[in-house]
Structure formats: C-alpha cells, structure tokens
Write a protein that binds this ligand. Sequence first.
Ligand code: DX5
Ligand code: ZN
Length: 218
Amino acid sequence: DRSIKIAPSILSADFADFGREIRAIETQGADWVHVDVMDGHFVPNLTFGPPAVKAFRPHVKGIMDVHLMISPVDPYIDAYAEAGADMITAHVEAGPHIHRTLQAIRATGKKAGVALNPGTPVEAVEYVLDLADMVLVMSVNPGFGGQKFIHSQVDKIARLRGMIGDRPIHIQVDGGIDPKTAAAVAKAGADVLVAGSAVFKGGSVDRPEVYGENIRAI
Ligand code: DX5
Ligand code: ZN
C-alpha cells in the first residue's frame, strides 16, 4: 500500500508562535510542513512573503512544502527557493505558461508541484507530468482554512491516479481533510494529505499532544 503522508498547514497555526508550532507538529508526527503562500490577488487572502518563509526554515526538520497561491508566480520562484522551500507548488491557473513555470522551479533544484483548483480538469496537467514531482488537487476553493470538502474532487483524484500510473509523482489533496474525507481521498489514490483545522483544532503549543492525536486520527 502507498504510505500516506500528513502535511499540516500552518495557516491554521498560532500566527504569533510559528517556530514553536512548527516544532510541535513535527514532534507530534507531521511528515511535511505545508506553508500556504497567498497574495491577495490569486486568492482573497494574504499570508507569507519570502522573509517569513526564511524565518520558518530553521524550525522545519523535514520537508517544507510551499504552496504558492500567487499570480504571477514566476517572478517569485527564486525567492521562495532561496528562503528554503523543499517543494514549490504553482497553480496551473496562475498564468499562461505552467510548463515554463515548472521548468523554472526545477532549475532551482527544488521539487516541483502543480496545483489544480476544484473547477480545473486533470487534463490541464497532462502535458507537464514529466516536469512534476507532485500534483496538488484542491478540495476547497483556495484562500482559507476550515472550509468544507468538495466531494466532486474524489473522482478527479481517481482519474489523476489513472493518468499518472506508476510514475513516482505524489498526489497531494488539500482542503477540508479530516478522518472521513481522508479515507475517501486515500482510497482514490492520494498519498500526501494536507490538513490545517483538523490538525490544530483543540490543541495549542502548550497542548501539542492534541496535535499528535489529530494527526494519527487522519
Ligand atoms: C487553502 C490552503 C489549505 C488550507 C487547508 O487555500 O491551501 O492548505 O490551509 O486548511 P483545512 O485543512 O482547514 O481545510
Ligand atoms: Zn495549501
């Protein structure tokens, strides 16, 4: 069976305590740390620039998975690579040249991800799979944590799995993941699950064991 990785999103963490929150989720079993970058243009919210991601880096022991919900994306790829991202994911909807964008991410030596919004068909990534280490399927409309899972994306994940076959490309699912929806997306073929509210709910840096319980429940 495909081992499922959990990537908590720090968008749901305490914004006044990222260093401690990152260390807490990794101690409690997070496989990756998912960093949601938002520009207030591609999505109606604003989060972390390269300086913030650079500040997170020393606290992340494992993979720092940077999800760029920004447009244009090309001008910022080098900055997020230098900030220490291990995986850089760009949205296929962020501009007209996703093939060139993925080439630019790979040129930095980082892993390259391509993301699909809920309304975008899997065909949109068919001709860039050779450049992708990961395909991110959004199961909410990007911009916020705590939203409801969009069930139509389960079929999309299964189709994507069929398209990828046994190539070493991760399928990451992002948005509304909890123990119930996790089972459905894992069955459909996802192997990296992002979860924000489902990991951080009920816990705190002073009660990190709750994060561990939440991670294990997914
Ligand atoms: C949404 C982000 C997601 C979000 C997940 O735009 O890309 O990573 O933080 O949060 P939950 O798991 O609460 O839906
Ligand atoms: Zn995300």
